[in-house]
Design a protein around this ligand. Sequence first.
Ligand SMILES: Cc1ncc(COP(=O)(O)O)c(C=O)c1O
Length: 447
Amino acid sequence: MTVAVNAHGQNIKEDSLKYNLHSWSVQGELDPKVITKAEGIYFWDAEGKRYFDMSSQLVNVNIGHGNQKVIDAIKNQAEKLPFIGPAFAVDVKSEAAKKIIEVAPDNMGKVFFTNGGAEGNENAIKIARMVTGKYKIFSAYRSYHGATYGAANLTGENRRFPSEPGIPGFVKFIGPYTYRAPVEFKDEEEATKYYLTLLREQIEFEGPDKIAAIFQESVVGSNGILIPPKGWMQGVRDLCDEYGILMVCDEVMAGWGRTGKWFAIDNWNVKPDMIAFAKGVTCGYVPLGGTIVSKEIAKYFDENKLWCGLTYSGHPMGCAAACAAIDVYKEEKLIENSQKMGKILGEILEGLKEKHPCVGDVRYIGLFSAIELVKDKETKEPLVPYGRDPEGTMKKILLILKSEGFWNYSHDNVLIIAPPLIIDEIQLKEAMDIMDKVLEFVDEIIK
Ligand SMILES: Cc1ncc(COP(=O)(O)O)c(C=O)c1O
């Protein structure tokens, strides 16, 4: 029987390589795993091997795999009304927006639904330009905001390059990254002051009367889990208020309980003007994203035309999944579990930092965490240089983790760890024991 499964798996892989273009990859170098089953925090390949899903796929399957409540909601919606155009009022579309507004910061007013996160940002860019009449858009170098043209131009890292030369008016700033700051800070407040001074100066140089919005990931995700220092978010809010600039939070990855709050910005009690979201809103069961706008921005569009639209804006299947997923977060107390398990994960990570010479820094908030690998703790020389992995070192580390049943991904010299929010203490410790073992191998590499 096993042979038959493997043979079938082989056909799937061959066809996938023959007919599918895979994201962000040299196609000829690929060897994709064939996946046949997923349940809870695990998934299985065609050979029956089980993996801990320690990145919740692309940090989106927050409620875990195979949640029956969400599956039933999708099935029921498919029977009832799988699609109707975006101009109509539909129960699940109104309900999903209402549920989102109820858990968003209390200044938020309305939701424009999209298919995913990039489009959430695209529409926030357009709305910021419409509302302010200004055109410049600020975003940070260490950021990822999506792969469509506008979102790619927002993106600070090298996934932006294929979309360059970019859209005029997109300006990058250097956001806080205290571990690799060019100067030593005595505390977080000092770091905040330093980076805010740079940002203020850049706003002045670019012309505040031309800047529509400042976009930020509330916690920088795939670029290394960069948690803003104390006071940073409030400082950006103050600068935005002072200069009449809109503050936009990209919560596509950091939102939906990932950091132990509904939205990551809630950790600092700051209220942005817009929020882009996706991923955890449906946990990937069907695609959905969107742009949440403040009551003030919503009011602006009472008398001004919203020049945004998508055939699938507010797709009933996506909205039904969102309603059910939000109920699951509440019923299963997943925001609380993210905080509780996040605390345990933090302690484990601190232990790994203490123990392993290759661990330069660990960063964690809720179940959103990173291990930054270095060649030398003192000099902080990264295990691989920025934007490159000339000897395939990180690739090798990920392969070993996978062979041990720990599935996650990396960015530069950073391992991202972001398990589903349903994980329990035993599972978390079991998975992190694997990480501990693999870090011993990395210690050997740097010797
Ligand atoms: C912070 C952030 N913004 C936007 C996106 C893009 O979302 P999508 O891939 O759904 O377009 C991502 C995807 O990883 C992300 O992490």
